[in-house]
Ligand binder design. Structure first.
Ligand SMILES: [Zn+2]
Length: 100
């Protein structure tokens, strides 16, 4: 097994699950077509019925990312509001202290 075969076998699970990058997918696909040894290995460990042609569901990934962004936004605005409130409170306390 040369380094290309080893690399392709490392990428094979990602390719099979449809989460490999476009470049990796192309590389694995091309190599599996050309190399009978890797093709045999791939077929042995990855059932043929699930053909890795489908693209991962980017809509779900996008929704998750958006939701995460909203959560972070909410958290950061809460944090900044709290900090501003604390600064004002501290400034007011300082003024009170000076008056005494
Ligand atoms: Zn190979």
């Amino acid at each position: 097994m040369n380094w290309k075969c080893e690399l392709v076998m490392d990428l094979a699970p990602l390719y099979y699950d449809g989460v490999a990058s476009r470049v990796s997918k192309r590389l694995v696909k091309k190599h599996l077509r050309e190399c009978p040894q890797c093709r045999t290995y791939y077929k042995k460990y990855h059932p043929v019925d699930k053909v890795p042609t489908e693209v991962p569901n980017w809509d779900v990934a996008r929704k998750v990312r958006k939701r995460r962004l909203v959560l972070w936004g909410g958290f950061l605005s809460y944090l900044s509001t709290t900090i501003v409130a604390l600064v004002f409170w501290y400034a007011r306390e300082q003024k009170k202290m000076k008056k005494i």
